[in-house]
Ligand binder design. Structure first.
Ligand code: HEM
Length: 136
């Protein structure tokens, strides 16, 4: 599977979970896990969707195993970070080291993405055929 497809699919799963969490908070009038909801939506939905757009515009990178690893690393870090942040805000402060570890996983994933962006490789250039087509 292409990295972009993986990103878009995981992003949709994350936003469904994030919205369910938001509805749960609103319905229960208990916003204690709001930071977990915000992280889940912004890391899992917004960022992942943006990665997908970047990969989709670079077909060679999109087909690479390393790009898929970046998406999985980011997603795994997001899941663990969300659960740990929610647990901490519900009083389970013992989850602090788990959140710290997950934050390092997410950091590693963004550094890998940064490597894709900064490396002087052909795969870093956008596909010129994927630009905006004028209306007829
Ligand atoms: C069904 C959809 C959603 C519902 C019902 C919902 C509900 C909520 C609720 C109840 C809060 C707590 C507000 C507070 O305590 O002040 C909140 C906060 C937040 N939500 Fe959502 N949300 C939804 C979707 C999203 C999405 C899609 C995103 C991001 C793309 C998002 C990002 C945030 C952020 C960043 C905060 C923290 C705001 C702050 O710091 O004051 N939410 N949401």
């Amino acid at each position: 599977m292409k990295a972009s497809t993986l990103s878009f699919r995981l992003a949709v799963l994350f936003v469904v979970a994030g919205m369910a969490m938001g509805i749960g908070m609103a319905a229960s009038q208990n916003h204690a896990i709001m930071p977990a909801h915000a992280h889940l939506n912004l890391l899992g939905w917004v960022s992942l969707f943006l990665f997908g757009i970047y990969y989709e515009r670079r077909p060679a990178l999109d087909a690479s195993r390393l790009a898929r690893i970046q998406v999985w690393l980011w997603s795994a870090g997001t899941v663990v970070l969300t659960v740990a942040v929610a647990a901490i805000h519900l009083g389970y402060t013992a989850m602090d080291p788990v959140a710290a570890l997950a934050s390092l996983v997410v950091l590693a994933a963004i550094l890998l993405f940064g490597y894709f962006v900064f490396r002087p490789a052909a795969s870093a250039a956008p596909n010129p055929n994927m630009g905006i087509t004028p209306a007829e």
